[in-house]
Design a protein around this ligand. Structure first.
Ligand code: F0G
Length: 487
């Protein structure tokens, strides 16, 4: 087989045992549904969606072994045996000493941010993630982006666009001192950059730099198994090392990790924190009782922890990962063959469409990536997600929009759920939307929630000829959107 990806090399190492019917909709139904959803794909009912590429989070198909694991859930309030299975799997595959379960990733982010950030401290990271940054800011921290510049360029072919720029990190340390930095927040693969990996060389160098200054390195391990695949594929010396080993080596250069197990670990709910430092662990284990649940369930049922323990092991099988990334890449290659602008190289969990290149006639304040997600839904019932100005939110200090360089629409591929034929259908729909791109109108936001606005914001179409808000739309929504939100 070798490491070469071709269209014949990555057939899934599983077959289908149970199917779930999909909903087929008409254009008229979709127009109605999108209007009801305020042109926000997060507000659609899943019954109105055909192929759901909103997210890879909690949308995986579990295996028969995981379902069997659900049947041996030990639902004891304290000391569930499934917790010990989970703890052992994390210790074995991720390598950290102490484990605290949480209901999902943001539960873990909340706890680690509260414990590890003092108000006013900086949290440098390889690009922001929405929930991660929100919790860092809630704890009084200030996020600062120290990813390499290539990450902000959709067409840069850099093989490790998730890397931290050591010069940027060093400059921050020189300016603020080690005391002014809570920890370095590293995510593997970087979601908002397009699912782009961090190299082993880079994490080693980050570790060495942080050691010189006594700064901790904490890992968002949410898609770190997928990151390990890219190291195996692209980094010298790793081609013959199993993904599981690469993952463990990478984690060994970090002090702690948090996890949304809803991604890599092939479960529908779950997360954890894992740390090496006993003092930090004791604080986290105490705090989890306040916000999530006792430290041996953290907001999860015993059966969820069992499915997670099994999912961790399945997620690190090389054949599985080859098919996983292969499917995402298959979709990316179909689009690239039609010269449709996508983030290159294709990342781990999704194909990201470059909405700026789709709609150069739309200013960023007209939400081009949201427009693209809406148009795609109207065309075929495929649900994608905005990853641009709406997701970026506002600067807590000034109240202004963040204007990210990347204005992307994410076609996120759930794990073990859709077939290659679905990918063909998706590509053809994107092509139709691409061909009609010149006629697209912008959106304006008519309702803006305070926190993580992209989840619940509502939009309306702008006037086709002038790009301004239509009188009727503005009048029908007396609540303007532009109140500055602190987060
Ligand atoms: N970190 C990363 C890199 C994520 O992508 C997510 C979630 C989280 C943390 C938070 O985890 O959802 O379990 O609370 N990402 C989802 C997505 C929502 O669609 O990308 P969570």
């Amino acid at each position: 087989m070798g490491q070469q990806f071709g269209r014949r090399s990555w057939a899934e190492p599983w077959k289908i045992k149970m199917v779930e019917p999909l909903t087929m909709t008409s254009r008229a139904q979709r127009e109605r549904a999108l209007a009801e959803a305020g042109c926000n794909t997060f507000l659609l009912r899943s019954d109105d969606v055909y192929i759901d590429l909103l997210t890879d989070s909690g949308t995986s198909a579990m295996s028969d072994r995981q379902w069997a694991g659900m049947m041996v859930g030990d639902e004891s309030y304290a000391g569930s045996r499934n917790f010990y299975h989970l703890e052992a799997a994390i210790q074995r595959y991720y390598g950290y000493r102490h484990v605290v379960p949480t209901h999902q990733g943001r539960g873990a982010e909340h706890l680690i941010s509260r414990v590890a950030i003092r108000p006013g401290q900086w949290v440098p990271g390889n690009m922001y993630f929405t929930t991660t940054r929100a919790h860092q800011e809630q704890a009084g921290g200030q996020f600062i982006d120290v990813i390499i510049d290539e990450a902000h360029d959709p067409s840069s072919p850099h093989p490790f666009k998730g890397n931290i720029d050591l010069a940027k990190l060093e400059a921050l340390i020189a300016r603020e001192g080690a005391e002014g930095i809570a920890y370095v927040s590293v995510a593997g693969t970087v979601n908002m950059a397009g699912g782009q990996p961090v190299s082993m060389t880079n994490i080693k160098a980050v570790r060495a730099l942080c050691d010189r200054h006594g700064i901790k390195v904490y890992l968002d391990a949410t898609r770190m198994a997928e990151n390990a695949f890219f190291i195996q594929e692209r980094e010298e010396g790793y081609a013959n090392r199993p993904i599981a080993e690469i993952l463990r080596e990478f984690c060994s250069y970090t002090d702690a990790a948090w996890m949304s197990a809803k991604k890599d670990s092939l479960v529908n709910i779950g997360g954890w924190l894992a740390v090496n430092d006993l003092g930090l662990f004791e604080e986290l284990r105490n705090l989890v009782v306040l916000y999530e649940g006792l430290h041996t369930y953290g907001g999860l049922a015993g059966r969820d922890m069992e499915a997670m323990a099994i999912g961790i092991e399945e997620s690190l099988q090389d054949d599985y990962m080859r098919s996983r990334i292969g499917q995402v890449r298959y979709l990316g290659e179909l689009l690239a063959d039609w010269d449709i602008p996508i983030v290159q190289p294709v990342g781990g969990h999704a194909v990201f469409l470059d909405a700026r290149a789709f709609y150069p006639h739309l200013p960023q304040a007209h939400f081009p990536a949201q427009v693209l997600a809406a148009e795609l839904y109207l065309d075929s019932g495929i649900r994608a997600m905005e990853r641009g100005i709406a997701s970026a939110g506002r600067d807590p200090a000034t109240g202004d929009h963040h204007y990210p360089r990347l204005e992307l629409t994410r076609l996120t591929i759930p794990r073990r759920v859709y077939t290659q034929a679905h990918m063909d259908v998706v590509a053809e729909s994107v092509k139709c939307v691409w061909d009609a791109r010149g006629a697209a109108r912008g959106l304006h936001m008519v309702y803006e929630p305070r926190y993580l606005r992209f989840f619940q914001a509502r939009f309306e179409w702008r006037d086709r000829s002038t790009g301004s808000r239509t009188g009727q739309e503005a009048a029908s929504h007396p609540h303007p959107a532009a109140e500055p939100a602190p987060v």
